[in-house]
Design a protein around this ligand. Structure first.
Ligand code: F6R
Length: 603
């Protein structure tokens, strides 16, 4: 979602801001903009569409400025237009915003009644106008930020620059914000993501909600001051060295990040097993059997929710621990029944998903422990959880999540084995190594999935089906296809089709049926029902199976041997390839599909 980068220092702010925004492009956006201090004035330049459009304007202007803020916008309030792009600026301030001001329409009406004018349809401009109003009353920027922030509701982060100085200001509530400094070069930075600051700011600070950050650059030093809303000094900041690296920021020989990330899965699976069974991860996971909760409440969104459904199977089958799995945006508003002997388990790649964070907060308020299965170390969810189980997927750049899903589910499997005290059984490690090898074999067969894709990509709709542990895989296969190929796809439990969706079936609908070894005959019967109605049948099931071969228009045979628990993760990689090849044939923007954001920081 929206990306923010701010700079103040002796260098040309344009370079660091544009580099930072480029690094955040993967998060998804629809317009971009920058505000630079040029000859003592604030100058806003913005453009609808890709960052390249903004770069083109800047290349022509070739500006040099020591202070600026930049933004990539993912529209929430107001259409995708240049006027609605950020920064929003006037003769005193310029502001960029990530999040939603929930009471914006009420505040806007009040301000309009007082005679204030608005140039955009955004909620963000309300912050600018309020800030300006208070500044005109007080002539004090910190006070104006505090007063404005006190008036607005909702989760947001804001970064502000002003005509009167070269300072950078930031403040947030339940939205990501990081500030950083480089003492050697005397530069101050602010961003919505520490990744934008890699290589620029060795020291970074994470302010807590409601802390005003003030970056000051002088002839001799750079420093950040932190204030509470009453303007007393604040200590509610976590400081750390920026440990992120840029390694993952290259596609190598792959055409897309998504393809690269699909291929990475085999070795990451291998490494994760080593980490949790044999190396440092062991101490994180091994004491899970000491305090087994009465139940887990798993909450997550999208792909991570699908991983939660897979994990529920592991926990319940291995340990008979009751597991509730909820979509985070539902859980947070359903007044869930929680008790202190239970644990909230949050699954998130980014650790910044607004709804998942709200569920974690709710569990903390109700005094139940929070465990997270998480990729981004240092993210908000990571910082707020009682225990973190890192999935060590490395940076996932493709907006459609692939490797994170596999490693989330695998981490859940390892946690489950730790709880059942079977982590050390040789067959556990062996099964994971087998999974890693089979994913490799799947990757080597990519051409086969491409051929299938070539035969079905033009069809009207796709119904993915599976039973038991393959049902979440059907959901995930359908999600992957719709998000990157922009075609209609649904995941269903195979036995559920006849209760409604079978009405859709005709020769223009494809059934991608996962037929696992369990409940094989029953799942085959469900496929027969679709075939009888002239649906196109693609099956993914045990190899060398003449029944499947006979039944299917396209049959993808896999080796399920030695994978009693983890075969669904192998099958999922096949579905990732099918989605990828269909999307390629459709010519979509695979790594940055339209309308999507990598990290959904608004609810
Ligand atoms: C789909 C996808 C999303 C995310 C969801 C949660 O490919 O990536 O559905 O899984 O937005 O994101 P995280 O895991 O960052 O909380």
């Amino acid at each position: 979602m929206c990306g923010i980068v701010g700079y103040s220092g002796p260098g040309n702010s344009v370079n660091s801001i544009i580099e930072g925004l480029s690094r955040l492009e993967y998060r998804g956006y629809d317009s971009s903009g920058i505000c630079l201090k040029l000859n003592g004035e604030l100058q806003v330049i913005k453009k609808e569409g890709k960052l390249d459009n903004l770069k083109e304007i800047l290349n022509k202007m070739n500006p040099s400025s020591h202070t600026g803020i930049g933004h990539t916008r993912w529209a929430t309030h107001g259409a995708v237009t240049t006027d609605n792009a950020h920064p929003h600026g006037n003769e005193i301030f310029a502001v960029v915003h990530n999040g939603i001001i929930e009471n914006a329409s009420i505040l806007k009406k009040e301000l309009q009644a007082e005679g204030w004018e608005f140039k955009s349809q955004t909620d963000s401009e309300v912050f600018l106008v309020l800030l300006t109003k208070f500044y005109k009353q007080t002539s004090n920027t910190l006070q104006s930020i505090s007063k404005t922030f006190n008036l607005i509701t909702g989760n947001s982060s804001f970064v502000i620059i002003e005509k009167a100085s070269d300072k950078l200001y930031g403040i947030k509530r339940s939205a990501p914000l990081v500030v950083g400094e480089n003492k050697e070069t005397r530069e101050a930075f602010v961003s919505s993501d520490p990744f934008a600051l890699v290589g620029f700011a060795p020291n970074i600070y994470f302010p807590q909600d409601g802390v005003i950050c003030e970056g000051v650059v002088s002839e001799t030093e750079v420093k950040f001051n932190f204030y509470e809303l009453d303007l007393k000094p604040s200590t509610r900041i976590k400081s750390q060295a920026n440990a992120m690296t840029m390694d993952a920021n290259s596609k190598g020989d792959y055409e897309h990040y998504m393809l690269k990330e699909i291929h990475e899965q085999s070795s990451l699976v291998d490494k994760l097993a080593g980490f949790y069974i044999k190396n440092e991860g062991r101490k994180v996971i091994e004491d899970l059997d000491k305090s087994i909760p009465a139940a887990f409440h798993i909450t997550a969104c999208g792909t991570a929710w699908h991983a939660g459904l897979v994990i529920k199977n592991y926990f319940e089958m291995d340990n008979r621990i009751r597991c509730f799995v909820d979509i985070a945006s539902e859980f947070r508003y359903k007044n869930p029944i929680l008790n202190k002997k239970e644990v909230g388990l949050f699954i998130s790649q980014s650790g910044e998903t607004a709804d998942t964070l709200a569920c974690q907060e709710l569990c903390t308020e109700q005094d139940i422990a929070s465990y997270s299965i998480i990729n981004v170390e240092g993210s908000t969810l990571f910082r707020n959880s009682t225990k973190n189980f890192l999935i060590h997927a490395g940076r996932e750049i493709g907006v459609a999540s692939t490797k994170a899903f596999t490693l989330q589910a695998l981490t859940g499997f390892l946690m489950s084995r730790a709880m059942s005290k079977t982590l050390d059984k040789p067959e556990v490690y062996q099964e994971i190594i087998t999974l890693s090898q089979r994913i490799n074999e799947v990757c080597e067969n990519s051409e086969q999935y491409k051929t299938v894709a070539e035969n079905i990509f033009h069809k009207k709709g796709f119904i993915f089906t599976g039973r038991g542990t393959y049902f979440p895989i059907a959901l995930e296969g359908a999600l992957k296809l719709k998000e990157i190929a922009y075609v209609h796809a649904e995941g269903y439990a195979a036995g559920e089709l006849k209760h409604g969706p079978i009405a859709l079936i005709d020769e223009d609908i494809v059934n991608i049926a996962v037929v696992g070894p369990e409940l094989f005959e029953k799942t085959v019967s469900n496929v027969e029902e679709v075939k009888a109605r002239r649906g196109v049948i693609v099956t993914v099931g045990p190899k060398n199976n003449s029944e499947l071969e006979h039944l299917s228009d396209f049959y993808i045979g896999l080796n399920f041997d030695g994978l009693p628990n983890l075969a669904p993760l192998m099958v999922n990689v096949v579905l990732q390839f099918v989605a990828y090849h269909i999307a390629k044939l459709k010519g979509t923007d695979i790594d940055k599909p339209r309308n999507l954001a990598k990290s959904v920081t608004v609810e």
